[in-house]
Design a protein. Structure first.
Length: 235
């Protein structure tokens, strides 16, 4: 996987009572976290047990989602995908009593290289006759980071089903033609995905990929991918 250029991420100044904190480093940020037990004694209460039970549900579900989407992650630096998706599934489970994709809307697969930084003109989404449609104007649409990138294209990916079940997820996709950088003719890219007939949780992701001649671009900054829609029984 291509390495991203890590921005300088100096830790914040330690708190006055630094002995009661630990420095935590993640790909997204660096922060000080208070040590467990420094505020009150840690006890294994019912809330702790409940959180452990939820974690045992959402973490495997996030791994299933990753496995299904993995073929579309080529070129991306997905970072802490499992942890981030688990946290969003946890919120849905606590609020709705079941896992759905509601808290994944607008989630950037690689937050340090968000889709909006590449796709200058944006996109529009609609649902028509049970089809999820993404429309993207093609003019000076995509930011060109270097002269090596020559073309770009889009994928719309539908993930649907029950993330809590083994083999409970399905994937469908639609891929655009290649568009050349510097194209002067204004046109529109239209991606269409048939939504599941059954009332099942679903989400749609939009991916932008760049080419360098006849091969995929090498750097992660030439890719972007985010969740652009979701739905299900209660949406």
């Amino acid at each position: 996987m291509p390495k991203r250029n890590r921005q300088k991420n100096d830790p914040p100044s330690p708190p006055a009572d630094a002995s009661e904190y630990i420095l935590v480093r993640t790909k997204e940020r660096v922060f000080w976290r208070r040590k467990r037990g420094t505020i009150k004694n840690v006890t294994l209460n019912s809330g702790f047990k409940k959180n452990a039970e939820i974690t045992a549900i959402v973490s495997p579900a996030a791994k299933r989602i990753y496995a299904k989407l993995d073929p579309f992650f080529k070129g991306l630096d997905t970072g802490r995908f499992i942890a981030n998706v688990s946290a969003r599934l946890r919120k849905a489970l606590k609020l709705n009593g079941e896992m759905d994709f509601s808290f994944l809307l607008d989630y950037e697969i690689q937050p340090w290289y968000p889709l909006k930084k590449l796709l200058d003109d944006g996109y529009q989404t609609t649902i028509e006759n049970n089809e999820f449609i993404i429309r993207i104007p093609i003019r000076n649409t995509v930011k060109r980071h270097n002269k090596q990138v020559s073309d770009y294209y889009f994928d719309a990916i539908l993930l649907w089903g029950q993330p809590g079940k083994s083999k409970g997820l399905r994937v469908e996709s639609d891929t655009s033609p290649l568009y050349e950088f510097g194209q002067k003719t204004t046109t529109e890219c239209k991606l269409t995905i048939n939504l599941p007939a059954k009332k099942m949780p679903w989400m749609v992701l939009l991916k932008l990929s760049c080419h360098e001649g006849n091969k995929p671009a090498n750097m992660a900054r030439n890719y972007g991918m985010k969740v652009v829609g979701w739905g299900g029984p209660e949406s």
